[in-house]
Design a protein around this ligand. Structure first.
Ligand SMILES: *Cc1c(COP(=O)(O)O)cnc(C)c1O
Length: 380
């Protein structure tokens, strides 16, 4: 139903494929629903999910703040009218000069997970709020972060004390992994954080801020928990682990604000029978928009625009480039009509997040995924 303006645009304009169409009204609606589910929490949209200016405009209008990974995303948010006070620099991996740039532009909220970075913040972002990101054994998300980010809870107290000694204002952060379908992951994170709040309190450091990260999943071929299910679990975990003294909450949703607002249209380049398997090559692949098909992590839904009729059969789905890794799905079972031919089009719903922002700038001469934004903040 929500995709109607998108399909109307595609029918009327018939833009060249591949392309992504995003409905900014849906983005704004998602942000409002999210705010209602987490009343009082500070919302910081993870810009990397979809940095299209109209998307940011819709979120500024909806009253959201932003989580940026570096100076370019920061400058973009400021250019779209975001207030520096509503921007958090959530990337624990950052150069000292990028910290200084953010501080000069008014950012006072950072995340850190290593002693050197805490020191850099003490020097270049004096007095700022710094959430110490912890890693813990959470249920696997669909696209987990592994051990790249976060310190062990046992090291976190040292970082909290170090930050406080440098005049920073420490808090705790965690991220349960993107596309996290297991709501209990937040309970584990909140329990871990509560222990650290108590330990820091015993050392005379009163922390007030807890950053629950992102990770809220969106539906593709399988359903995911509702926003209410996430919110209920998180509220219950806060009541259990922070009885009577809830910390100030920060949330960094990315995917959940934009995925369902976008639809991608692609065209069949070639169909070829290779041994037992029928290969369908699309003009979209891992390098020009469907990067999250890596390891077949996200199994998108592909729907023929004008189904040719007749029976369907199994396919391997692959992208258009001259790269052996540009295969979308060979283990995940997909069925498409046997009559599908070159030039037929397919729609891929739920693709507003981590598609255009992941597209290469010109591998094999293919341009980045073209994005059209519709709705009140749209650009077409
Ligand atoms: C990517 C990212 C997010 C957003 O994650 P989603 O799974 O898209 O909600 C939030 N916080 C940080 C630090 C991130 O790197």
């Amino acid at each position: 139903m929500r995709a109607d303006p998108i399909r109307r645009f595609l029918a009327e304009q018939d833009p060249p494929t591949p392309c992504l169409v995003v409905d900014t009204d849906v983005v704004a609606a998602r942000a409002r629903e999210f705010r209602a589910a987490f009343p009082g929490a500070l919302i910081r949209y993870a810009v990397k999910a979809n940095p299209a200016p109209p998307v940011l405009d819709a979120l500024v209008a909806a009253g959201a703040g932003f989580d940026v990974a570096g100076p370019a995303e920061l400058a973009l948010c400021l250019a779209r009218g975001a207030e520096p006070a509503d921007i958090a620099y959530g990337n624990p991996i950052k150069k000292p000069r990028d910290i200084a740039f953010a501080f000069e532009h008014g950012v006072r909220e950072f995340t850190s997970d290593a002693p050197d970075d805490v020191d850099h913040l003490g020097r270049h972002a004096p007095g700022s709020a710094v959430s110490i990101r912890v890693v813990f054994d959470a249920p696997d998300s669909v696209t987990p972060f592994g051990r790249k980010f976060g310190c062990e809870p046992a090291e976190a107290l040292d970082l909290v004390l170090r930050a406080a000694a440098l005049g920073l204002r420490p808090g705790i952060a965690f991220h349960v992994g993107s596309q996290q379908p297991d709501v209990t992951a937040w309970d584990i994170g909140i329990a871990t954080a509560a222990k650290l709040f108590a330990e820091a309190g015993a050392q005379g450091i009163a922390m007030t801020r807890l950053n629950l990260g992102g990770g809220f999943a969106t539906a593709h071929r399988t359903g995911v928990p509702s926003l209410d299910a996430y919110a209920t679990t998180i509220a219950a975990a806060l009541d259990t682990h922070f009885p009577g003294n809830r910390p100030e909450l920060l949330l960094e949703p990315g995917r959940v604000f934009v995925a369902d607002a976008g639809l991608l249209r692609t065209e069949v380049v070639l169909v070829a029978q290779r041994g037992e398997r029928r290969w369908v090559y699309l003009d979209i692949g891992r390098y020009n928009g469907l990067a999250e098909a890596e390891n077949e992590a996200i199994a998108y839904r592909f729907e023929p625009v004008d189904p040719p009729g007749g029976p369907s059969g199994p396919v391997v789905l692959a992208g258009p480039t001259c790269d052996g890794d540009d295969v979308l799905y060979q283990r995940t079972p997909y069925q498409l009509p046997l009559a599908l031919r070159t030039g037929d089009r397919l729609d891929v719903a739920g693709t507003g997040a981590y598609t255009a922002s992941y597209a290469s700038v010109g591998f094999n001469g293919i341009e980045p995924l073209r994005t059209y934004c519709l709705g009140r903040w749209g650009d077409v």
